[in-house]
Design a binder for this molecule. Structure first.
Ligand code: NDP
Length: 481
């Protein structure tokens, strides 16, 4: 089996412990490569390399850094098929999803911030007759970027690109569950002779490698995407060290459907917002609230459509859903389906593991699942499941929908379906979420702020927000004599 390696100071290296652990393909349940089991020693070397590289990288002009980022984008684009196949194999997602979403968006992330940094400007505040303030926005130094397994390269680059563009050097860790495309990115860096030490990628377990990145006194900012409980742990370590923190955490997003919506468009989009990437997108609308006038119509049409979805191995061009990411995750999702039954829910379709033929017979496949009859405040409707499982719940009034939508600890995103303009704005205004789509889902504009409220996170990514996060403002006042 292939051995993946860390990339520190422009060199491929095994973990200093010499240990590796298995990387398992979710589609087959079989190991197919080895991941370095890195620890504090490896992180220390990566931080040293980043600290050394910072003095030259931060002094490059924005245009020079922009060119380097564009070369990274081009390097991934030139190996598109390789990256797509690797992402699909590592994560279990359908090949066509990796080809249309994950890898093209990783390329776009580098291209976007390559150009954004050229247009990034700092502020000045003129005081009549007194003087002028101008604000420098300087890179922070060494920053840590830690990302999850659901959209591996896409979310990894969403952090790394603005961090580098702003002039920081990075120590980054992909999820140990999906490390492969980050390893391929290192190969691209090696080929284009990306400046040594500017971007260091260290593989390993979160509680060990990730923890060492967060604790290191020289990682001055931590950008993390992952679960809320991990975010809490990271904040408890980083906050007393006064590190800058960006935390993109879990969600339990409402999809609110009023009876005056464009039914066909809503239905097609609701299929995607429920089950895209096997429901493993932080923005998926896992709680579907439907106004009573169209509840039965929606339920019948939705269940019929879900039953036609094909769960299959990732390379199957007909696959709508592939494998979920790991055995523990599959077991977690299935346990929530059992919990839903105990809480009085009725499984309308799905609700079980799907057994494919060999060589996929040990893969982690779950039938897309629709559950009704649950109270809005039961655990199934309050806790993040992060799999192909949605609940449907009827409502009568706008107020009731809003109350149920806002009832969870989370506040990442929401979708509202209605043709009543006033209602759409009113609901969007009152919903507790960082991102609201009206008559749409997951329309992506890289300039917009991305992130959540309540337990869904702290801070925003995207556009200027990301560049502001990865820079330290310094205000300078000049007095007129
Ligand atoms: P985790 O929180 O388990 O892990 C995220 C990353 O953090 C991984 O790289 C993980 O490493 C690492 N990690 C784990 N423990 C620690 C620690 N103690 N210190 C430092 N790093 C650590 O999340 P998942 O990977 O399971 O991802 C799913 C979660 O991510 C869901 O809750 C989902 O909602 C959320 N998410 C949020 C998004 C948003 O934008 N708000 C977008 C996408 C996902 P390892 O895997 O190697 O253990």
């Amino acid at each position: 089996m292939e051995k993946l390696l860390n990339y520190i100071n422009g060199e491929f290296q095994a973990a200093s412990s010499g240990n590796f652990f298995e990387n398992i393909a979710p589609a087959t349940g079989k190991p197919y490569s080895w991941i370095p089991d890195s620890d504090e020693d490896d992180v220390n070397r990566a931080v040293d390399a980043a600290q050394t590289a910072f003095s030259s990288w931060s002094k490059l002009s924005n245009e020079e850094r922009s060119e380097w980022l564009q070369r990274l984008a081009n390097g991934i684009a030139a190996k598109m098929d390789l990256f797509v196949a690797a992402e699909s194999k590592d994560n279990g997602k359908p090949l066509k999803l990796a080809a249309h979403v994950d890898i093209p968006r990783a390329v776009q992330n580098f291209s976007f911030f390559a150009t954004a940094i050229i247009h990034y400007a700092s502020e000045s505040h003129y005081m009549v007759g007194t003087g002028v303030n101008y604000t420098l926005r300087k890179p922070i130094g060494v920053v840590g970027c830690i990302s999850p397994w659901n959209l591996p390269l896409y979310l990894f680059t969403w952090k790394i690109a603005p961090a580098l563009a702003a002039g920081n050097c990075v120590v980054a860790k992909p999820s140990e569950v999906t490390p492969y495309t980050a390893f391929l990115l290192c190969k691209v860096m090696d080929e284009i002779q990306f400046p040594k030490g500017v971007l260091n990628i260290v593989h390993g377990f979160g509680h060990k490698t990730g923890d060492a990145i967060v604790r290191h006194p020289l990682t001055k900012a931590i950008s993390f995407t992952g679960g809320t409980s991990t975010g809490k742990t990271i904040a408890s370590i980083a906050a007393p060290m006064f590190k800058k923190l960006s935390l993109e955490l879990g969600g339990k997003n409402p999809n609110i459907i009023f009876d005056d919506c464009d039914f066909d468009e809503m239905l097609a989009t609701t299929m995607r917002s429920s089950f895209a990437n096997q429901g493993q997108i932080c923005l998926c609308g896992s709680r579907i609230f439907v106004q009573r006038g169209i509840y039965e119509k929606f339920k019948n049409a939705f269940v019929a459509k879900v039953q036609k979805s094909k769960v299959s191995y990732p390379d199957d061009p007909q696959a709508h859903l592939g494998a979920v990411v790991s055995k523990p995750h599959m077991e977690k999702v299935l346990s929530y389906i059992e919990l839903a039954k105990q809480e009085g829910g009725t499984v309308l379709t799905g609700g079980h593991r799907v057994q494919l033929d060999a060589p996929y017979d040990e893969g982690y496949y779950i039938a897309p699942t629709v559950i009704e009859g649950l109270a809005y405040n039961c655990r199934t409707n309050q806790e993040e499941i992060f799999g192909p499982v949605v609940t449907i719940t009827p409502f009568d009034t706008e107020e009731e929908a809003l109350m149920m939508a806002n009832s969870t600890d989370y506040g990442l995103s929401a979708t509202i379906w209605t043709t009543n303009l006033e209602r759409a704005h009113r609901m969007a205004d009152n919903i507790q979420a960082g991102i609201v789509w009206i008559n749409a889902w997951l329309v992506r504009d890289l300039r917009t702020p991305f992130g959540g409220v309540k337990s869904s996170g702290v801070g925003r990514e995207g556009g200027w927000e990301a560049l502001r996060f990865f820079t330290e403002p310094k205000n300078i006042f000049v007095k007129y004599s």
